[in-house]
Design a protein around this ligand. Structure first.
Ligand code: MN
Ligand code: MN
Length: 314
C-alpha cells in the first residue's frame, strides 16, 4: 500500500492532522496525544459542543503534513523557524463518555488522561463543554504544583449554579479545590455575566485575572510582564469564547469585545520559555452555531500553534 494513500486533506479518515489513530492506549508511543471529549452534558443554554472533536478533526486535516510519522513540521514565517519538526502526534480518539452523567464522566475522563500521561505524551484535549477541564486537570495530580492558564471570556468560578457544582460555569472553582493547583491565571474576562463576587473570590485565592481591556491596552508584552518569570509546570485551557465572536462565532456564550487570535498566540509563545507546558485543552466550540465552519478551523489552527510552543523550534 502506498504511504500516499489518503494523503490529501479531504481523503481518508479524519483523525487530528491525519495523525495515526491509537485505539488501545496501552500501545501509545507519541509526543502529543490528542483526545476528544465529546460531551456537552454540563452546557446550559445552547448545547452542541459534543460535536466539536469531530468538527475540529475534520478542519485539522488541512494540516495533515503534521500527523505523518516523520513530520517535517511547519515554517513559522514570523519566527523564521520550523516548528513541530519530528514531533510525533497520535490521535487517541474520544473518551468513552456517557450521556448526561457528569459525575461518571469525571472518572472516565480523568482515567483516560492518566493513561496518556503514563505513556509520556503531552495530552491535548478537544472538548466538549468547559466542565471537562476539571477531570482533565485532576489527572495531573502527580506533577504538582501546577499553574493553570485560562483564556476565557468568563471566570468559570461559580461555586454552584442552581444546586449543580460542575456545570460549565464552575470548572475552575473545582480546579481551585485541587491541592496541587497552585494558581489560576485567567485572561480575556469580560461581559455582563462576570460577577463581582466571582472576581473577589478568585483574587482572594491569589489568582490573577486580566480583562479584555487590559489585554487591548497593554498588549501581549504588557500582560506577559505581569506574569511570573518562573511558571513551572503549567496547563493551558482555551475556551474558544475568549476570542471575539467575529473570529469564533460558533460557541454557546459569545461575548463581544473579545481577544484576537494574535493575543492568545503571542501570550502562549511568551509563556513557553518560562516553564513547561504539561497539557492543553480547547473547549466550547459548537459546530451547530458556527458559520462556514469558521470556528472549527480557527480552533484546529490554535491547537496546533499552542502545541508548537511546547517543543523547541529547529
Ligand atoms: Mn467562556
Ligand atoms: Mn469557559
Amino acid at each position: 500500500m502506498s504511504d500516499r494513500r489518503g494523503s490529501l486533506p479531504h481523503t481518508g479518515i479524519a483523525t487530528f492532522a491525519k495523525a495515526p489513530y491509537v485505539e488501545d492506549l496501552t500501545t501509545l508511543d507519541a509526543d502529543v496525544a490528542i483526545l476528544g471529549v465529546p460531551t456537552d452534558a454540563a452546557a446550559g443554554m445552547r448545547p452542541g459542543c459534543r460535536q466539536a472533536p469531530r468538527a475540529i478533526r475534520d478542519a485539522s486535516t488541512r494540516f495533515g503534513f503534521l500527523g505523518r510519522a516523520s513530520s517535517e513540521g511547519y515554517f513559522d514565517i514570523n519566527q523564521g523557524r520550523t516548528l513541530l519538526r519530528g514531533v510525533r502526534v497520535a490521535d487517541c480518539g474520544d473518551a468513552d463518555v456517557t450521556l448526561y452523567d457528569v459525575e461518571r464522566n469525571v472518572a472516565i475522563i480523568e482515567d483516560e488522561v492518566r493513561a496518556l500521561l503514563s505513556k509520556g505524551a503531552l495530552p491535548v484535549v478537544l472538548g466538549g463543554d468547559h466542565s471537562i477541564s476539571y477531570p482533565v486537570i485532576r489527572a495531573f495530580h502527580r506533577v504538582e504544583p501546577v499553574t493553570v492558564v485560562l483564556f476565557d471570556a468568563h471566570l468559570d468560578y461559580r461555586d454552584e449554579a442552581r444546586g449543580l457544582r460542575l456545570t460549565n460555569n464552575s470548572p475552575f472553582r473545582r480546579v481551585q479545590e485541587l491541592p496541587f493547583v497552585q494558581r489560576i491565571i485567567t485572561i480575556g474576562v469580560r461581559g455582563v455575566k462576570s460577577t463581582d463576587r466571582e472576581l473577589q473570590e478568585t483574587l482572594e485565592r491569589g489568582n490573577l485575572v486580566f480583562t479584555n481591556y487590559e489585554v487591548f491596552d497593554q498588549g501581549h508584552t504588557g500582560i506577559l510582564s505581569q506574569l511570573p518569570d518562573d511558571l513551572g509546570r503549567y496547563y493551558v485551557s482555551i475556551d474558544i469564547d475568549a476570542l471575539d465572536p467575529s473570529v469564533a462565532p460558533g460557541t454557546e456564550s459569545p461575548e463581544a469585545e473579545g481577544l484576537t487570535y494574535t493575543h492568545i498566540k503571542r501570550i502562549l509563545q511568551g509563556l513557553a520559555p518560562r516553564g513547561t507546558l504539561i497539557g492543553l485543552d480547547l473547549v466550547e466550540v459548537n459546530p451547530y452555531l458556527d458559520h462556514s465552519e469558521q470556528t472549527q478551523h480557527v480552533a484546529a489552527q490554535l491547537v496546533i500553534e499552542a502545541v508548537a510552543t511546547a517543543f523547541r523550534p529547529s
